[in-house]
Design a protein around this ligand. Structure first.
Ligand code: FAD
Length: 301
C-alpha cells in the first residue's frame, strides 16, 4: 500500500508469523532512522490500516533493513545472435526487479512453463535454434511483465521524489493515471478489486484487464478522484516529526542500552511479526540523476 512517501507491506507467513515492512526511497535520507526499532514502531503505529499488525510477540528486537537490490535483465542474445548455447537464463537469473511487489516467483514460473513449451515445440537437437526460440518467446511472453514492473517502480520513485519536494506527481502518462484510479476503485467495487488483483498476481496485464466490458468506466467513475482521497497515513511533515522525535531514546537504543519497543521472544515463532525495511530506491533503478543501474555486458536493465 502506497502511503505518500512510504509504502507498507504486511505479509502473513508460516507457523503463525507475519512481517510488517515499511518501504522508502534510498534517496530519502531522513527516513533512514526507520531502522531504529522504536522509531519504526512509532511510524507503523501512525498508520491506521497497519498499526494492528503490531499486535503480536516479536521474534527479533531489530528492524531488518534490506537494500542494494538491483534491477537486472540478462539478455543472452546480442545483435540477433546467442552469446551462448546449451544454457538458458530463467527466473531471477534472467531478470529481477523490486521484490516488494511480490511478482518474481510468478514471472519465474511463467518463464519455466515457457521453457517447457519451447523444448516441446523446438526440441534440443539444434542448440542455436533452441536458444533463439527461447529468447524470442521470452521477449514476447514474459519480458512485458518485467517491463511493466520496472515502469511502475520508476513512476513510484519519481512520485516519491515529487512528494518529498512538496509537489504533486503528474507524469502525463495515462497508463499510470489509470493504474492509480484502478487501485482506488479496487477498494470500492468487487469487479475492480478482482481486476486489480488479476494484475497484481500476474494473471493478466493491466491493458487487457481494463478492456473487460464496463471495467474502465467503473475504474474512472470510482477511482478517478484518487488524488482527492484522504491518505490513511500522516502527512510528510507528520512522518518527518515522527522520525525526528525522541532523540534520547533513539540514542539509547543505538548504543545498545535498551529503549527498543520490540522485544525478543525466544519461546517460539507463534504470532511474531518480523520487522524489516527494504528501501525501494535501491531495489529499483534510480529514476532521476544519479548512478544508473549496473551495466554488465549482456545485461539490459
Ligand atoms: C525479500 C524478497 C521477497 C520476495 N517476495 C516475493 C513474493 O512475495 N512473491 C514473489 O513472487 N516473489 C518474491 N520475491 C522474488 C522471488 O523470491 C524470486 O523472484 C524467485 O525466488 C526467483 O526464483 P529463482 O528460482 O529464479 O531463483 P532463486 O529462488 O534465487 O533460486 C536460485 C537457487 O540457486 C542456488 N544457486 C545459486 N548459485 C548456485 C550454484 N553455483 N550452484 C548451485 N546452486 C546455486 C541458490 O542457492 C538458490 O537456491 C522476493 C524476493 C526477495 C529477495
Amino acid at each position: 500500500m502506497h502511503l505518500g512517501t512510504i509504502s507498507s507491506l504486511t505479509l502473513p507467513a508460516d507457523n503463525g508469523t507475519w512481517s510488517v515492512t515499511l518501504v522508502a526511497s534510498a534517496k530519502d535520507k531522513a527516513l533512514r532512522r526507520l531502522s531504529d526499532a522504536a522509531i519504526w514502531e512509532r511510524a507503523v503505529r501512525s498508520l491506521p490500516l497497519v498499526a494492528h499488525w503490531l499486535d503480536g510477540q516479536p521474534i527479533d528486537d531489530r528492524v531488518m533493513a534490506m537494500a542494494g537490490i538491483e534491477d537486472r535483465h540478462r539478455n543472452l542474445m546480442i545483435d540477433g545472435a546467442p552469446v551462448v548455447t546449451g544454457v538458458v537464463a530463467a527466473g531471477d537469473a534472467w531478470a529481477c526487479s523490486n521484490p516488494t511487489v511480490g511478482r518474481g516467483a510468478s514471472i519465474g514460473m511463467l518463464q519455466a512453463v515457457l521453457l517447457r513449451d519451447t523444448i516441446a515445440a523446438t526440441g534440443l537437437d539444434d542448440p542455436w535454434e533452441f536458444a533463439c526460440s527461447f529468447h524470442h518467446a521470452t521477449a514476447e511472453m514474459v519480458e512485458p511483465w518485467y517491463r511493466d514492473t520496472l515502469a511502475a517502480d520508476r513512476h513510484r520513485l519519481a512520485e516519491i521524489d515529487a512528494l518529498i519536494g512538496g509537489g504533486e506527481y503528474r507524469p502525463g502518462d495515462p497508463g499510470w493515471e489509470i493504474g492509480q484510479a484502478f487501485g482506488a476503485a479496487a477498494a470500492k467495487d468487487p469487479d475492480c478489486l478482482r481486476g486489480f488483483l488479476t494484475v497484481a498476481m500476474v494473471l493478466g496485464r493491466a491493458a487487457d484487464v481494463v478492456a473487460r466490458p464496463g471495467l474502465l468506466d467503473k475504474v474512472i467513475a470510482l477511482g478517478g478522484g484518487w488524488r482527492d482521497e484522504p491518505l490513511p497515513a500522516p502527512s510528510r511533515a507528520g512522518l518527518l516529526s515522527i522520525v525526528a522525535g525522541d532523540e534520547e531514546r533513539i540514542g539509547e537504543s543505538r548504543n545498545g542500552r535498551g529503549g527498543h519497543r520490540v522485544r525478543r521472544d525466544r519461546s517460539g515463532p507463534a504470532g511474531a511479526p518480523v520487522a524489516w525495511v527494504p528501501r525501494l530506491g535501491t531495489a529499483v533503478a534510480p529514476s532521476g540523476p544519479g548512478p544508473g543501474p549496473r551495466r554488465v555486458p549482456g545485461h539490459r536493465p
